[in-house]
Design a protein around this ligand. Structure first.
Ligand code: T1G
Length: 696
């Protein structure tokens, strides 16, 4: 971390050249101290008659990743970024920026306010403010359209995408592409200006070409999306003012930026950004991860193949074993097919694909895993099968090897007890497709050693996954909560809402897919098997909806069988399966239920309240470390709307008292299902929030 005594901005004079370096690790975020120091440095050098050109660069991994996100929502401290950037642009002495690493948001806006930009290979630039529910509020929407074509400015700003160094040069964001270290390139760029090889110009002096038709079409497309998030729309509107004199356009940009700064979307998206990082703070963080180079994967099914693919892409060597050679070879072919997909999407090139496949070995039986640093079991969800495998691994694997199970709900303590080394046993619950989904639940059993947990989090970082620490219970964090709130969708279906209406209501608030469409996609047979497994222990008093069972009994499991709740035979938008509608009505008749209407906001309210209630229990029981960990699980594993920040962030917006009142109201129908969690009642009684618990 940054040494408090080190200056965040340094100045060096070298003859006619003034060098300014930002040094605020880890990403040169421009908090108040950096803004003030930058302003002072520019003012000092611009006022120095000996200095004929100023070059600005960043120390460390990047030029700057923008404004300091941690300041958002707090009282602004002057100078504001726009004030600093206006002073830079007004400088009589030419100022050049040298871009390296990820130059983002206010970092790029800083560069745009200088008089020329030189970019290093490997750099990436972007204005990702819309991903935080904001818009570039320090000149980005006014200066970028003066340097690049309108369509490019709209694309970069309304998507928040990163572009690489060559594209930045080709589009006009950067004037030159140059090799070297940032200080070397800074000196060279300064002399290029002095030698007349690089012509500095004020961005504000360039006029932007605003094609109103292009702008209107972009805004209309953004407004047609569901949900129509405000940040990209207002960002496009702000770009529309770039045809005005710069000072006027900057004022309009600022007004739109401040509107967004106060929005719920901004709070939710910043919370989502923080959640991805907060989950790294675990009790075992101080433990030293074990050496991890070679990983064994047991099972060549969908999960095993996905996990092996993700491990290879993380640079690990993998030995995948199956029960027979032909099954192992089939898995190898499927892994190759996954990597072909990565080549097609431009994620890797052919040479990398070959190198990754060369790091894959296949085999039969557990003997080939004797030297693996970590083994991940990804076989059928049957406890007896897993107990047998872990007992055999215990006898074959080297001392210190970590033995992980990918089970999605089984008791990891029981699995650990099948070995003589429970301290080495852990749950690594990947989400399908494992080489795509970022969530990884790290399930810590009673005897799991701290360094085994630290190793799991180190592995997740190398796989670019979001690891969330979970205790042991049926379903851990995500699937346990899903099993609970999924029932309320079935209750509403049986009580009168159609599955189409329920899906549409939830997709309307931003879920990637509604629960019935998800069941069809995942395969209804999976949920059916879970319900049959749980049937013996299901309380007789619990309301049980049999609609899904009736559909499964017909052999209709969703996409994989061409029909489930919806039909999947033809192309085009999903159509309800008329036979499923018939089953729904038949089940209502059988139970003597007179269907009632549901408004969309009631559907959403019941669904969210059910999710929040079980999430509160998961936090209360210590299965999740904090509320924000549950938010991360649902943001990165369950398609929860990112602008809502996760179920418990959303709960704070509703308020604990209102949630308690809702549950007590719903309990008049299904008392067994709707019960107020103790934690929620405590928050309601004390006026505290889940956000308060995150700070504890
Ligand atoms: N402010 C404060 N801290 C930041 C930060 C930022 N902008 N960016 C990263 N960090 C912290 C992060 O929390 C973590 O800290 C550490 O740096 C490493 O980050 C006016 C208003 C740059 C691509 O949206 O996308 O400018 O948790 O783990 O995976 O118009 O960080 O370890 O204590 O993510 O290598 C716009 C956000 C701001 C960029 C690096 N900028 N950052 O990813 O490391 S709004 C952004 C990122 C703005 C202006 C507007 C990524 C990264 P800790 P990391 P990484």
């Amino acid at each position: 971390m940054k040494d408090q005594n080190q200056p965040v901005v340094t100045i060096r004079r070298e003859g006619p050249v003034g060098l300014i370096a930002i040094a605020n690790p880890p990403v040169n975020a421009m908090g108040a101290a950096v803004r003030q120091a930058l302003l002072d440095a520019v003012t000092e050098l611009d006022g120095d008659a000996d200095i004929q050109v100023i070059a600005l660069y960043g120390e460390g991994r990047c030029f700057s990743a923008g404004a300091d996100i941690r300041e958002f929502g707090k009282t602004p401290v002057p100078p504001r970024l726009p004030d600093v950037f206006d002073r830079i642009e007004a400088s009589e002495t030419p100022i050049i920026a040298v871009l390296h690493g990820t130059t983002l948001g206010g970092g790029l806006e800083l560069a745009l306010s200088t008089h020329a930009r030189v970019i290093l290979p490997g750099a990436q630039v972007g204005l990702p403010e819309v991903k935080l529910g904001l818009l570039p509020g320090a000149g980005g929407t006014q200066r970028l359209p003066r340097l690049v074509a309108l369509r490019s400015a709209l694309d970069i700003i309304t998507t928040g995408k990163f572009i690489d160094a060559e594209e930045a040069r080709d589009l006009g964001v950067a004037d030159l592409l140059a090799e070297g270290t940032p200080p070397e390139v800074a000196r060279a760029a300064a002399y290029a200006v002095l030698d007349g090889k690089l012509t500095p110009r004020r961005t504000g002096d360039i006029s932007a070409q605003i094609d109103q038709a292009v702008l209107d079409q972009t805004i209309a497309e953004l407004q047609a999306r569901r949900p129509a998030l405000q940040a990209p729309i207002k960002a496009a509107q702000s770009i529309g003012h770039a045809g005005l004199p710069l000072a006027e356009g900057l004022q309009k940009e600022r007004a739109l930026f401040l509107e967004l700064m106060e929005s719920d979307d901004r709070q939710g998206l910043i919370h989502a950004f923080a959640a991805e990082r907060a989950v790294r703070r675990i009790p075992e963080a101080e433990a030293t991860p074990r050496t991890l180079n070679s990983v064994g994967v047991i099972g060549g099914g969908t999960m095993g193949v996905g996990i092996a693919t993700a491990l290879l892409q993380a640079g690990l060597s993998v030995t995948l074993i199956e029960t027979a050679q032909d099954r192992a070879e089939a898995a190898q072919a499927n892994i190759a097919r996954n990597l072909d997909g990565a080549v097609k999407r431009g994620k890797i090139d052919a040479a990398t694909r070959k190198r990754l496949l060369d790091a894959l070995q296949i085999g039969v039986g557990v003997e080939p895993l004797a030297d693996a640093d970590l083994v991940i079991e990804a076989v059928f969800e049957d406890m007896d099968v897993k107990l047998d495998i872990f007992s055999r691994l215990d006898g074959v694997c080297k001392a210190g090897a970590i033995l992980a199970t990918n089970t999605s709900y089984l008791d990891v303590n029981r699995i650990a007890a099948a070995t003589s080394r429970p301290q080495d046993v852990i749950g690594l619950h990947f989400f399908s497709p494992a080489h795509v989904m970022r969530l990884l639940e790290v399930v810590v059993a009673d005897k799991t050693a701290p360094d085994a947990v630290a190793t799991a989090f180190d592995l997740a970082g190398r796989m670019k996954k979001v690891a969330v620490r979970s205790g042991v219970c049926d379903g851990f964090i995500g699937n346990r909560i899903l099993a609970h709130y999924r029932k309320v969708a079935d209750y509403m279906l049986e009580d009168g809402a159609s599955f189409e209406q329920i899906d549409r209501a939830l997709e309307g608030v931003g879920f990637a897919m509604g629960p019935f469409a998800v069941s069809d996609l995942a395969g209804m047979d999976i949920g059916w098997a879970t319900r049959k497994r749980k049937a013996p222990t299901r309380p007789a008093s619990e309301r049980y909806v049999e609609i899904a069972d009736r559909i499964c009994e017909q052999g209709w499991f969703g996409r994989k069988t061409g029909r489930g709740y919806y039909l999947y035979e033809g192309a085009g938008p999903r159509q309800p399966n008329p036979d499923a509608l018939t089953i729904v009505q038949a089940e209502r008749d059988r139970k003597g239920i007179t269907p009632r209407d549901f408004a969309e906001d009631e559907i959403v309210a019941r669904y969210m309240t059910a999710m929040i209630a079980e999430a509160a229990r998961v936090v209360e029981e210590g299965i999740a470390l904090r509320p924000i960990d549950v938010d991360a699980v649902f943001l990165f594993g369950y398609g929860f709307p990112r602008h809502l920040g996760g179920p418990l962030n959303h709960a704070d917006r509703i308020g604990a008292a209102e949630l308690v009142a809702r549950i007590e109201g719903y309990a008049t129908e299904d008392a067994d299902y709707w019960q107020v969690p103790d934690l929620l009642r405590q928050l309601a009684d004390t006026g505290r929030s889940f956000a308060d618990l995150n700070k504890e």
